[in-house]
Design a protein around this ligand. Structure first.
Ligand code: FE
Length: 196
């Protein structure tokens, strides 16, 4: 939080209250900044869904997205620069052989610009500690049963680095246009706790 000389006492008081709330566990560390970022970015899971649908119908975009997500999402008018500093975005694609799931083990870092505010379970101590140790069991609790041959990779987000999962395009969706495809994509699918 930056402060001019005039508002410095107010900023210090706000910071003090924030610290007390964090100490008592009523606020996750950095949560207020995250919320302000979300507000500024106008984030929504519809953004992640639109990016996913475009990647499903346009192999060139998909390749650019996986190679340099920050630049590629700009093609659709999205940006990770809505907060105080641009966050590095990595998009990881699910396949038959590999399933990705995102967590922030430290707090609740999350690609708010593309997914909106994070769900409560994402910020919970239970999810954050357990998904790293036993991702397959956690995914099962979410109703995602993966073949034993599917490798699971867990991505740990941080203040600078955010991740979004690119779900697999469901079978028998050849007839759907991009908008209809985007309608299939859920927030959980973009975190990796659902198949799509
Ligand atoms: Fe975090």
């Amino acid at each position: 939080m930056s402060a001019t000389h005039d508002d410095a006492p107010v900023a210090a008081r706000v910071r003090h209250v924030e610290a007390l709330l964090e100490q008592r566990g009523w606020l996750a560390p950095g949560e207020i900044d995250e919320r302000i970022d979300a507000f500024a970015a106008g984030g929504s899971p519809a953004h992640g869904a639109a990016i996913t649908a475009r990647a499903w119908v346009d192999p060139g975009f998909r390749a650019r997205l996986l190679a340099d997500a920050n630049t590629a999402i700009g093609e659709l008018g999205y940006s990770m620069a809505g907060g105080l500093q641009e966050q590095q975005l990595t998009v990881v694609a699910n396949s038959e052989d590999e399933h990705h799931v995102v967590v922030c083990t430290l707090c609740s870092c999350y690609p708010i610009a593309l997914l909106g505010p994070s769900p409560g379970w994402y910020r919970s101590e239970a999810y954050r500690s357990r998904v790293v140790r036993e991702p397959r069991a956690v995914l099962r609790d979410f109703g995602v049963e993966l073949p034993a041959t599917t490798r699971i990779t867990v991505w740990d987000a941080s203040a600078e680095s955010r991740y979004m999962v690119l779900p697999r395009r469901p079978d028998a969706t050849e007839g759907l246009d991009e908008t209809a495809l985007a309608g299939l994509v859920t927030r959980k699918g973009l975190i990796g706790t659902a198949v799509v």
